[in-house]
Design a protein around this ligand. Structure first.
Ligand code: PMP
Length: 296
């Protein structure tokens, strides 16, 4: 996967610069301690032109994540959203993943940062986990305890946990990892939230021990619109094994069905599941094929 070439521009501290020439600080706390914050947005090539889905919500979260770990944040959503659209245009991108990243400066002490740099990069990306139904496993790697880390924020260093889980899953021959929280309930996948369908109802873990994604909220809104009941409840591994069907959701992965968890294969045809209806609706929403104000 090539994220940039010699012509790619990124936005860095107020200017568009070549990605290959961007000067990044070797003494930055971000580099040494993972003390940085990021977010992930997606632009779709809609009939209204390239459109970034829920841009405001993502930049609200970027700010909130910085505040959660005391990284100074001095940008407005309007300014950053404008820069994202400019970035897409100058890189000639219509369908893209957009990555804002707030970096911290030189400081080898374990104290909060007083400075911050902001970069935004974009690249062409298909659905993160592909289009096929997934085979997932229950990972031995647990999600961090929310009392030890700001698990509802997108802090860079925390993603080593996700890398360990996906690596383990792939080494075991699966596509993705499902991770348990510190209480032993199923929390989520490495960078997606989980929903299951059982007896025509939809279940998902409550927000307390998970990263409550923007797509998870969109799914809940779609369910409300389609009159599907969503129950928030801590889910056991047994609940996952005995579900009728299940799916993951996230900005990068969008909505993707699960075919198998460990050695349990779901019997319900994905195309007939509630998840598949939600998936179709989600696609229409991001492509602005329907009035998304009604749902958001
Ligand atoms: N969990 C984690 C740990 C994530 O990083 C993401 C991606 N941001 C998600 C869930 C899904 O969140 P969203 O729907 O906001 O992309």
């Amino acid at each position: 996967m090539k994220y940039y070439d010699k012509n790619t521009l990124i936005y860095l501290d107020g200017a568009f610069v070549k990605a290959s020439e961007a000067a990044l600080n070797p003494f930055a706390q971000s580099l040494h301690y993972g003390y940085a914050v990021f977010d992930g947005l997606r632009a779709y090539n809609t009939h209204n032109g390239p459109r970034i889905f829920k841009a405001d919500k993502h930049f609200d979260r970027l700010k909130k994540s910085c505040e959660a770990v005391n990284i100074p944040y001095r940008w407005s959503n309007r300014e950053l959203i404008d820069k994202c659209y400019e970035l897409l245009a100058i890189n000639n991108l219509r369908e893209a993943y957009i990555r804002p990243l707030v970096l911290t400066g030189s400081n080898m002490h374990l104290t909060s940062s007083t400075e911050a740099n902001l970069m935004i990069a974009a690249w062409e990306w298909g659905p993160y986990l592909g289009q096929n139904l997934l085979r997932v496993c229950i990972s031995d790697i647990k999600r961090p305890n929310p009392k030890s880390f700001k698990t509802d924020s997108k802090i860079s260093g925390q993603y080593v946990n996700s890398i360990l889980a996906t690596t383990e899953a792939i080494n075991r021959g699966f596509d993705e990892a499902l991770m348990l929280d510190h209480e032993g309930f199923v929390a989520q996948a490495s960078s997606e939230n989980i929903f299951i369908e059982k007896d025509f109802k939809i279940y998902t873990p409550p927000a307390k021990n998970i990263f409550p994604g923007i797509t998870r909220q969109t799914v809940k809104n779609i369910c409300k619109k389609l009159n599907f009941e969503v129950v928030e409840k801590q889910l056991t591994v047994e609940d996952i094994y005995t579900a009728d069907s299940a799916f993951l959701c996230g900005t990068a992965a969008e909505i993707i069905g699960i075919k198998q968890v460990d050695d349990v294969i779901y019997q319900e045809e994905w195309e007939h599941s509630i998840g598949a209806s939600i998936q179709r609706r989600y696609k229409n929403l991001v492509l602005e094929n329907e009035n998304y104000e009604v749902i958001i």
